[in-house]
Design a protein around this ligand. Structure first.
Ligand code: AHR
Length: 481
């Protein structure tokens, strides 16, 4: 029987691994979170209450904003004060961006979510002065031009800016730079991300696209001393072909397994990027921040191709669980990740249709995994429960949380394990499953895929349960040690 127990020196699973990403893309910001003060949709200060309530439930620790590719075209001054200046969102559908949601609205979102700030600055088409001014506008408590502007805009106190990204995908949509050129740009721009308040701003450098190890090598060699984090972007495509990625809802058994195989590539990427970082930073001061990850399919038919709207099934739930398990295994270096994206875009937590909303299977995985936030990592070696079961565990407050994913499509799996002491209470036993792997929620049946109770048998310190096919579960057990 598999033994699950704490180990000396185990890392903490940073709650920021459960971070979200909200870009000005499609209906993520507008309609997804922001409906505006004049809307009939219930809201508080323009932010829809149903979405906020759902996101609070999964304890969103931070939100990355305003992009993505959008970040390198964003000019923050157009999105502050009473007179907002529209622009064209050239990356995402060529639609007019009203800039109605700007700096103040972002911090209002964070306040309602009780989440931290992660803003991505503009290096690709912005200037050093523009970035410096934005930092001053947000964080300086003094009589200086940008701080005064903020006060004239109705905000006396500075905001707390926790993380600041210096450019996004600077190797691609953020300026098509070569690694050494970006390393120099990073060194210059980050100098002016001034530290005004007592709260430190953690600076994050743009990291590699998937397996571009040279990028990591150059950034670590040339700029590591100026950063607290280095990012990594990797998306799971069922076909690994950007021209024909595959459908979100209609997939074969082969595509289920291929998608999971592509998702598991995250382990190799994180391992190899970490190895490079270890050479320059053996103390692991710099975090590896996977600030874009998730499934990317062909858009739903009839929707704007630039809006990246896709549905989400139990396949996405399995991808989320398997990927989060990988992040747990690398918790000593991976201290923040941001799934793409929070609402209505790619592997979203929430989908909306006007006033209606639904939570996706991925949302329920994030719910099942809230028990791991800031908990102590407990190693469960890969394959401990056979080839189909992907597992992770953690310990906090006298209880072990064990999450299990059955990646098999046909057979239920009997799982048993032993804990270091007698189980004194079952604090959680829930499963996310469905009749078919393609099960998903719709606006007419928003709870077709939802958490259900899971039967667990406990004999002293021994635990057993049966996991249905294509299902994800979490049990949290109080243990007398
Ligand atoms: O998440 C969608 C896009 O994917 C982001 O804007 C960009 O950074 C990445 O290429």
């Amino acid at each position: 029987m598999t033994r699950i127990a704490r180990a000396v020196g185990a890392p903490r699973i940073d709650r920021r691994i459960y971070g979200q990403f909200a870009e000005h893309l499609g209906r993520c910001i507008y309609e997804g979170v922001w409906v505006g003060p004049g809307s009939d949709i219930p809201h508080r200060n323009g932010l829809r209450t149903d979405v906020i309530q759902a996101l609070r439930h999964i304890r969103v620790p931070l939100v990355r904003w305003p992009g993505g590719c959008f970040a390198d075209e964003y000019h923050w001054l157009k999105g502050v004060g009473d007179e907002r200046q529209p622009m064209v969102n050239t990356h995402w559908g060529g639609v007019v961006e009203s800039n109605e949601f700007g700096t103040r609205e972002y911090f209002e979102l964070l306040q309602q979510l009780d989440a931290e700030a992660y803003i991505n600055g503009n290096v690709g088409s912005g200037t050093v002065a523009e970035m410096q001014d934005w930092i001053e506008y947000m964080t300086l408590d003094a009589t200086a031009p940008m701080a005064e502007l903020r006060k004239r805009h109705g905000r006396e106190q500075p905001w707390k800016l926790d993380f600041f990204g210096v450019g996004n995908e600077s190797w691609g949509c953020g300026g098509n730079m070569l690694p050494l050129h970006y390393a120099n740009q990073y060194r210059q721009f980050q100098t002016y991300v001034r530290q005004y308040g007592a709260q430190p701003i953690s600076k994050i450098a743009c990291g590699a696209n998937a397996d571009d190890y040279e990028w990591t090598e150059v950034l670590m060699a040339r700029a590591a001393e100026h950063m607290q984090g280095l990012s990594l972007h990797y998306y799971t495509l069922p076909t690994s072909d950007w021209e024909k990625k595959g459908a979100a809802l209609d997939f074969t058994e082969f595509e289920w397994h291929e998608t999971l195989r592509q998702a598991r590539r995250m382990d190799e990427l994180v391992t190899r990027h970490s190895r490079i970082m270890d050479r320059y930073d053996p103390a692991k001061r710099v975090s590896l921040i996977v600030d874009e990850w998730g499934t990317w399919y062909d858009v739903e038919s009839g929707t704007n191709p630039g809006f990246l709207y896709q549905q989400s099934t139990l396949r996405d739930a399995a991808v989320a669980a398997v990927t989060l398990n990988i992040f747990h295994r690398h918790a000593d270096r991976v201290r923040m990740t941001n799934i793409a994206q929070m609402v209505n875009v790619l592997q979203a937590m929430i989908l909306t249709d006007g006033a209606r909303m639904l939570t996706t299977p991925t949302y329920h995985v994030f719910d099942l995994y809230t028990d791991h936030q800031d908990a102590e990592y407990v190693d469960v070696p890969v394959g401990s429960f056979g080839p189909d079961i992907d597992a992770t565990a953690s310990y906090a407050d006298g209880a072990y949380a064990i999450s299990l994913t059955n990646t098999g499509l046909h057979r239920e799996a009997e799982v048993s394990f032993e804990l270091p002491g007698a189980v004194t209470d079952i604090l959680r036993a829930q499963v996310l499953g469905g009749a078919a792997a393609t099960a998903h929620n719709t606006f007419d049946a928003p709870d077709a895929v939802a958490l259900a109770d899971l039967a667990v048998t406990v004999r002293g310190s021994q635990v057993s349960l049966v996991l249905p096919p294509h299902a994800v579960a979490t049990v949290r057990l109080a243990v007398a040690e």
